[in-house]
Design a protein. Structure first.
Length: 741
């Protein structure tokens, strides 16, 4: 044991002592605060990831001493190892603390009286002997033995993993495979990148090399699957052409192409990948992507085929009745859209802002309701669903909520509504359909009744979904289903320069920047002055002109994380301007970022099992793109409480890598949302990223006002650049083939 007076700031220190008291423990993350007696000295507080720790255990820990501003001297644990107590008295104290399920104080005394210092050997290796004790059945004996092994299995996993992963990943590994984790990893370390969130192929490769496993068949196969899946996650591809896949894999895996060919053939034979000809070239799918596209194409065609037609004369009567009662007159294209929506199993309505999509959907809903159809409204995100509810005056849910998402025994998301438990509704209307990826559409279709109707509403000219696929565009371009593309801007909408400029941009024409309109402004600035000007707009100029309440409605959206006005710089500048450090305002440093009470933040990945509370309501799930405010930072419990539209969520400090500041967000992250005021920086950056549909998407996020700050030449170059990111998808081809068969 090292000297307790060792410098607090030195490299890792090793300490050893007995756990006297568990102050706080989080079962999900393993984060624990405990008091430990070290030698004859007073109690010291240890904090860190120490899952399944119990009073009476002897713990050896590596870490550093620190001084907490409220609680004084603490030991921050980086790695730890538990040691079993050895004396009969210590064993009794440990077991009587109810650490092992099924053993209380009375049972502990009986066990220790019978087996003494051999108690732990009996619990681990001969649990059936416990049945000799009065009050312990054979079944209970087995349960006690299994629970004892669980308590100490984590120790082996943590020690094995500590050279490769942090404590959180180690806990995740243990929760997945339990005491068998180490043996499974030694047998095939590449299951780590396939099964555990947060572990890359490179990390699994490092573990394999440390175990002496080099270029095995398992490595090559895992590398292939990981590479294809990563392209689906990062680039939206459902497959990769074989001609492009081979050289990329050879470089990534650093092996001979012939070895890759053999591995691909083996994966093909096992059904893990599919070789399919798409657009005249051989392509490689992972099974789940191929299955999703095949299912979606077949189910959509079946829905359309089984649709019960309505006499067009009856539809016309419905339309005329609405026009009479509401005192409105639908344009010819709107009437066409309403008729097609009523008479199609699958109907697609696309168009830019101000073209009347909401008016059409409200009419369709009214007619279908009069025909006694049950209707469900949904959207991919909470914000989009909320906006849909406001526009239609009917409840809209997220697709996840509509499908009643729940969790498997492995904490994986599953949908309660599926092929075995179909939705009751006859018509499903989906808004912001451009955001729907292939897997979400597959899940929705699996839950729809065979003769149900699907109506997709969206803007096909916006950015595609974050997830894999290019669903809305593929459906439109397949020309298999009824589709109405709205282009006419209605009179009221023409009065808005936001809408007028959005349509100009979409047509490849330059927006009007010099107008003194009340809803679209341009401020000329050099790249280096953009961030400062945006901060001034948010803090001073806009609140001074429109009132302090406008602050809550401002959202800065920018093309990239990087550059002179990317999210990295803007969030730092805006945080200092809008929520500066003040006495009494708690904050927490994570990576190179400071999270502060009052900060505007965004969830950056789906977390299906984190709990939230809204008054008496309880639920689970916070999703990629949700924006909230940090309400409280608790340094004692090491938690951050965030409010998302009234839902309060408590994050452990170890979960803060799921959050980032949202004073400024990327345009991609803004999809599906609208904000009263949108500020867009236009700065010099990579031409590949500065595209027309990116600018169009940004402008169409605004409800009341757009302010572009920067260089007008950049705006013009974005309009000129009609480049769209290529996505390898086969949905269009499968739909066409089915419709022609």
């Amino acid at each position: 044991m090292l000297d307790m007076q060792k410098d607090y700031d030195s490299a890792y220190v090793e300490i050893q002592g007995t756990v006297e008291n568990i102050v706080y423990s989080n079962e999900e993350t393993g984060y624990t605060v405990c008091d430990v007696a070290i030698g004859e000295a007073e109690l010291y507080t240890l904090v860190g990831i120490m899952p399944y720790l119990a009073e009476g255990e002897i713990i050896k820990a590596l870490g550093n001493w620190q001084i907490h501003q409220s609680f004084g001297k603490q030991f921050r644990v980086e790695f730890y190892e538990k040691q079993l107590p050895s004396s009969s008295e210590a064993i009794y104290r440990y077991l009587s603390s109810r650490t092992v399920k099924g053993i209380g104080a009375v049972t502990a005394k009986r066990i220790v009286d019978k087996f003494g210092e051999d108690t732990f050997d009996v619990l681990e290796n001969h649990p059936d002997w416990l049945a000799e004790i009065n009050g312990i059945s054979e079944k209970k004996a087995r349960e006690i033995g299994a629970n004892f092994k669980t308590q100490f299995g984590i120790r082996t996993v943590m020690m094995f993993c500590r050279d490769f992963f942090g404590p959180m990943i180690s806990v995740r590994i243990y929760r997945k495979w339990g005491v068998a984790a180490v043996d499974m990893i030694k047998k095939d370390p590449y299951i780590l990148c396939e099964e555990i969130y947060g572990i890359s192929f490179a990390k699994a490769d490092a573990v394999a090399k440390s175990l002496g496993i080099v270029n095995t068949e398992s490595r090559i196969k895992s590398g292939i699957k990981y590479f294809i899946n990563l392209n689906g996650i990062q680039n939206g591809h459902c497959y990769i052409p074989l001609a492009k896949l081979m050289p990329a894999l050879a470089q990534t895996l650093d092996v001979d192409p012939e070895i890759i060919k053999e591995a691909l053939e083996a994966l093909k034979n096992s059904g893990e990948v599919y070789f399919v000809e798409v657009s005249g070239r051989m392509c490689v799918y992972l099974k789940k992507y191929y299955d999703a596209e095949q299912y979606v194409s077949k189910k959509l065609c079946n829905l359309d085929r089984l649709c019960l037609k309505v006499d067009l004369r009856d539809v016309d009567k419905f339309i005329q009745r609405i026009e009479t009662t509401e005192g409105i007159e639908y344009a010819a294209m709107q009437q066409k859209a309403i008729s097609k929506a009523i008479n199609s199993g699958v109907f697609i309505l696309t168009g830019g802002p101000g073209t009347g999509k909401t008016t059409i959907i409200k009419a369709v809903m009214r007619i279908l309701d009069d025909m006694s159809y049950k209707i469900a409204l949904c959207a991919p995100t909470g914000r989009a669903a909320k906006r849909m509810s406001e526009a239609t005056q009917c409840e809209a849910k997220t697709i996840h909520r509509l499908l009643e998402m729940e969790f498997s025994k492995d904490s994986e998301p599953e949908f309660f509504r599926n092929e075995k438990n179909l939705l009751e509704e006859d018509v499903i209307i989906v808004d912001e359909a451009s955001m729907v990826d292939i897997f979400l559409l597959e899940a929705l279709l699996k839950a729809m009744k065979p003769a149900a109707r699907l109506i997709l509403i969206g803007d096909a000219d916006q950015l595609p979904s974050v997830g894999a696929g290019n669903v809305l565009n593929d459906l439109v371009e397949s020309d298999v289903f009824s589709c109405v593309k709205l282009k006419e801007i209605f009179r009221q909408a023409r009065e808005s320069l936001i809408i007028t400029n959005a349509h100009l941009i979409n047509k490849g024409e330059y927006p009007e920047l010099e107008s003194k309109s009340s809803d679209f402004f341009y401020i000329r600035r050099n790249d280096e002055d953009i961030a400062k000007t945006i901060a001034d707009l948010c803090v001073n100029r806009l609140p001074k002109k429109y009132g302090a309440e406008i602050k809550e409605g401002i959202q800065v959206i920018t093309p990239s994380h990087k550059g002179a006005a990317g999210t990295a710089i803007l969030n730092s500048v805006l945080q200092n301007a809008l929520n500066p450090q003040r006495q009494g305002r708690a904050q927490k440093n994570v990576r190179d970022v400071i999270f502060r009470q009052g900060d505007k933040i965004m969830q950056i990945r789906n977390n299906y099992d984190i709990e939230w509370a809204k008054g008496s309501m309880r639920g689970v799930g916070v999703f990629n793109g949700d924006i909230g405010i940090i309400k409280h930072i608790d340094r004692t419990e090491e938690t951050v409480t965030v409010e998302f539209d009234g839902r309060e969520v408590k994050y452990d400090f170890t979960q803060l890598d799921e959050l980032e500041h949202a004073y400024a967000i990327t345009i991609h992250k803004s999809q599906g949302s609208e904000y009263p005021v949108v500020i867009i920086p236009s700065y010099s950056y990579s031409p590949k990223l500065l595209t027309r549909n990116l600018l169009y998407t940004a402008v169409t996020r605004a409800q009341q006002m757009v302010i572009i700050v920067g260089n007008s030449d950049v705006v013009c170059s974005m309009v000129d650049n009609n480049r769209k990111a290529l996505r390898y998808t086969g949905l269009k081809e499968w739909l066409t083939a089915i419709s022609e068969s």
